[in-house]
Design a protein around this ligand. Structure first.
Ligand code: SF4
Length: 338
């Protein structure tokens, strides 16, 4: 490899999602689920996609893995570049080699992610056998090692999902996702279905494994606590768009978008005696009929005619920190942030 080629390689982001638009069709209506989403992810980093249910986070992950339902979903435009290669241009056969091998997904609910009639070990071994030329014996050995890696004794290889607790099942799902040492993990609310005590154990385990394997991760969540524990960068998603993005520090200490502020205000605080938690008034807009201008304008206390007039672009408020709001400067004066 020449020096120039090396430079091109190192400068190319590991993952780059560019201006992605995804729609669903249901009952002859078009649902605008993802509306011009762009972000990058560096090798070994974790990006948190945060937002309310229905904001389009899972649709982005499914678009990366190309597992959206053919009958109802369409990727209208955009590019998904992984190390410079556009995943949207690959054939289904090429994508099959990538799924589970280069990119893996951890789904929210371990109860439905596992096959109830196969032993947990076999489910891990199957992933290895599918992507690598190994004997059945070797796949079994590797599957047992994966179980050990996620804190489950290897001899439990022969047990079925119903013999495991919720937290243990999610560990198995993580072991399946990591079995082929993927470059990218898409973790969709990986701890939401678990009780709080198990959540921390699973998060800690994911963080350790990610570090050991230098895996990149997109973590989809609505929980800022999980983001604080796990992420390097954060993108706040609202109505299919990123409304604010930056490093963990920038979003937690210096956020400027009214929606991000609303989310932070809604978190209960131990040092405040609050009788009623703050809520963001109103409801997210219908994805069938999105507002013409800022998608947050129907709920934003600062909205004016300029906000409703035309689509709002992203502005860089400080290096690496972007916000989709046309009144950033007024907001900066008011909050003192940035
Ligand atoms: Fe609120 Fe206007 Fe900013 Fe949208 S553009 S977040 S409506 S102030």
């Amino acid at each position: 490899m020449t020096e120039t080629e090396k430079n091109i390689r190192t400068e190319t982001p590991f993952l780059q999602v560019e201006d992605l638009y995804v729609e669903y069709e249901s009952n002859k209506e078009i649902i605008h689920a993802v509306n011009g989403m762009s972000f990058t992810l560096e090798k070994g980093h974790t990006l948190g996609l945060v937002g309310e249910t229905g904001a389009g986070k899972t649709t982005v992950a499914k678009s990366i893995l190309r597992i959206l339902p053919d009958y109802s979903a369409t990727i209208r435009s955009g590019r998904i570049l992984m190390q410079g290669q556009n995943l949207l241009e690959l054939s289904e056969k090429e994508m099959q080699k990538i799924r589970g091998n280069v990119i893996s997904m951890i789904f929210q609910d371990p109860m439905t992610a596992l096959n109830p009639v196969l032993t947990v070990g076999k489910q891990i071994a199957e992933t290895i056998e599918l992507h690598e030329e190994v004997s059945e014996k070797e796949a079994e050995k590797r599957a047992k090692q994966m179980l050990e890696m996620v804190g489950i004794p290897g001899e439990r290889y022969y047990e079925y999902p119903h013999q495991f607790s919720g937290g243990m099942k999610q560990r198995v799902v993580i072991a399946i996702a990591l079995a082929c040492r993927p470059d990218l993990i898409l973790a969709d609310e990986p701890t939401t279905a678990l009780d709080v005590t198990i959540q921390m154990q699973v998060l800690e385990m994911m963080r350790q494994l990610r570090k050991e394997l230098n895996t990149s991760m997109i973590l989809i969540t609505h929980d800022f606590g999980v983001v604080a524990e796990m992420c390097d960068e954060v993108a706040v998603v609202y109505a299919g768009q990123i409304v604010e993005s930056g490093s963990l520090q920038q979003i937690f200490k210096n956020s400027v978008h009214p929606y991000t502020h609303g989310l932070f205000h809604s978190i209960p605080r131990l040092d405040e005696d609050t009788r009623r938690l703050y809520t963001i008034g109103g409801l997210p807009p219908s994805p069938v009929n999105l507002p013409k201008g800022c998608h947050f304008s129907p709920r934003c206390p600062y909205a004016d005619a300029a906000c409703r007039d035309k689509p709002i672009g992203m502005t860089e408020v400080e290096p690496g920190h972007f916000c989709r709001c046309c009144h950033i400067h007024d907001r900066k004066e008011e909050t003192g942030n940035v």
